[in-house]
Design a protein around this ligand. Structure first.
Ligand code: SF4
Ligand code: SF4
Length: 528
């Protein structure tokens, strides 16, 4: 894989002796052919022989590949260069808005004791681990000082619903302070749902708070990992999901938009059962399954040794799950895998899918901030998890002592931007997948003791390479590209989970929840 700078000063033209004047391109050999990509995210498959002729400057202008190279904007001229610059700007939209996601840890207490839980979890009845109203007020000041017009406050824990009064305060005070329309505030709750009363469910539905939970597969698999004293975690979470569904239906909200999102944490016990896991999501009526690999952030080595796995083991699981989902799609069953859908959005459209870990630089601090229950602020929730293990490298201040401007100017923010900028990283700068990928400095620090990735020995890179190899090879199969293109279609759920004025009922919102411009498909890609 190498990058090649364009030879300047020659225009494409019809003279047969002319040699192509290339835009900067990268390439990767895959399945006996060569995948060539450019900075705008276009790609082209070439057989080995014409590829070598192209690189040696021996591909003449009357070769049939010339038209393909021009169509995919691999040939340089001033107009193509201007278009690619515009597309790169669009694909990096996040750099222009400031942090849109604000993760607020309402408590470290939890009623579960999951086998792969992070170090910060505290027993349900232990005092001293909830966010106070005083800290919440400081957190809200910082959030509202962020320049982004659309802000999402995501409640996390522990089990955040155990500190419901402070959740309510955020929703109501946040709405009150943005009632003049100066900001659009969205709220989401990441919860195991098992402590929620009917009154709390009604409140969340009425206030348009989006809800996300975890279902790790069929009951026996889920309950093996998600441990609730007395058992029955799967049954209780599914029962709460049903109560949400009933509450949405009662308010005549569109069931295609109003539902509880669920996602999977893949632990060692799930690796042998990808099909069962996907089928559980089909049974639940979900349209997307997010197969998240376990990450080592904030997790003790002992837990990783018990629950962790290699990149190859995860990739075998993931590709089997995707094969199964594609088979379901062929049978007319709607289902997609979230990570694949995000990567396909990077490959097939010019949109920023609003996912911190697939950006260059990544979203640490410039796309998201995480607020611990005690007011300490981290570059992201993963950085907070490292803090829970006693290493505050990713802590950039404290809401009791620092303003938004202080936090964002912290030198750690700059370090994370530089160390996650793919275009200047050894290994990534030359990688054909750089236009679609992202690196994680927190992962690199935890796994390799350095913010900068050493990709050749890095399991996260191996997983990204494996996923992208799979997707590009599947996209090249006859009949599959249209099917996979559908995975990039995003349902706009803002009419259900919309910003609302204090005390006013829901009104249909036009804005998309993510601060992103309208979607634009690449040439040949279907528009939404
Ligand atoms: S992380 Fe790996 S797959 Fe991603 S751009 Fe870097 S080298 Fe390529
Ligand atoms: S440092 Fe890692 S976890 Fe944090 S935002 Fe960047 S990619 Fe995501």
């Amino acid at each position: 894989m190498k990058a090649r700078r364009p030879a300047r000063g020659r225009k494409p033209g019809p003279e047969p002796d002319r040699k192509p004047d290339l835009m900067p391109v990268r390439w990767r050999e895959l399945g006996g052919r060569v995948l060539v990509t450019n900075d705008g995210g276009d790609y082209l498959w070439l057989d080995r022989e014409p590829f070598e002729a192209l690189m040696a400057g021996k591909l003449k202008a009357d070769h049939p590949l010339w038209a393909e190279l021009a169509r995919t904007e691999m040939l340089h001229d001033a107009a193509v260069e201007a278009r690619v610059v515009e597309r790169v700007r669009r694909r990096s939209h996040h750099l222009q808005v400031g942090p849109t996601l604000h993760v607020v840890v309402l408590t470290l207490r939890c009623n579960h004791a999951c086998t792969y839980c992070h170090a910060s979890r505290q027993p349900e009845r232990r005092a001293g681990f909830d966010m106070s109203l005083e800290t919440a007020a400081r957190v809200l000041d910082v959030i509202l000082a962020s320049p982004a017009p659309d802000l999402t406050i995501e409640f996390q824990g522990g089990e955040p619903a155990l500190n419901f009064p402070v959740l309510r305060w955020f929703v109501e005070e946040g709405r009150r302070r943005t009632a003049d329309g100066s900001k659009h505030l969205y709220f989401s709750l990441v919860s195991n749902l098992t402590t929620l009363t009917q009154a709390q469910i009604d409140y969340l539905v009425d206030q348009g708070v989006a809800v996300c939970t975890s279902i790790d597969g069929p009951a026996e698999l889920h309950d093996r990992h998600r441990r609730l004293p007395g058992g029955g975690s799967h049954r209780k979470t599914r029962a709460a999901m049903a109560r949400f569904d009933a509450a949405y239906r009662k308010r005549r909200l569109d069931p295609a938009l109003a539902y509880v999102n669920a996602l999977v944490t893949v632990s060692r016990g799930s690796l042998a059962r990808p099909e069962a896991l996907v089928d559980e999501y089909v049974r639940m009526g979900q349209k997307v399954v997010h197969l998240r690999p376990l990450n080592p952030f904030g997790m003790g080595r002992k837990i990783w040794a018990r629950e962790g796995y290699t990149a190859d083991e995860f990739l075998r699981f993931w590709t089997r799950a995707l094969d199964h989902i594609l088979e379901l799609n062929r049978q007319g069953i709607e289902m997609a895998e979230k990570m694949a859908a995000l990567l396909l959005t990077r490959i097939l459209t010019d949109d920023d899918p609003n996912y911190a870990d697939l950006r260059s630089p990544c979203g640490a601090a410039i796309g998201q901030l995480a607020y611990n229950h005690d007011g300490r602020v981290y570059t992201c929730d993963e950085g907070r998890m490292v803090g829970a293990m006693g290493d505050d490298l990713f802590c950039i201040g404290d809401v009791h002592r620092h303003t938004y401007a202080d936090l964002i100017a912290h030198p750690t923010v700059r370090s994370l931007c530089v160390s996650s900028c793919l275009e200047c990283l050894p290994g990534c700068a030359d990688c054909a997948y750089a236009p679609y990928c992202g690196v994680c400095p927190v992962y690199n620090y935890v796994e390799q003791g350095d913010l900068v990735a050493r990709c050749a020995t890095n399991d996260r890179c191996r997983i990204m390479l494996g996923m992208l190899d799979y997707l590009f090879q599947r996209l090249a199969e006859p009949g599959l590209s249209e099917l996979l293109r559908r995975w990039t279609e995003v349902r706009d759920r803002s009419s259900v989970f919309e910003p609302r004025r204090a005390g006013k009922p829901a009104a249909r919102a036009k804005a998309r929840p993510a601060a992103a411009p309208p979607r634009r498909a690449k040439k040949g890609a279907r528009r939404k």
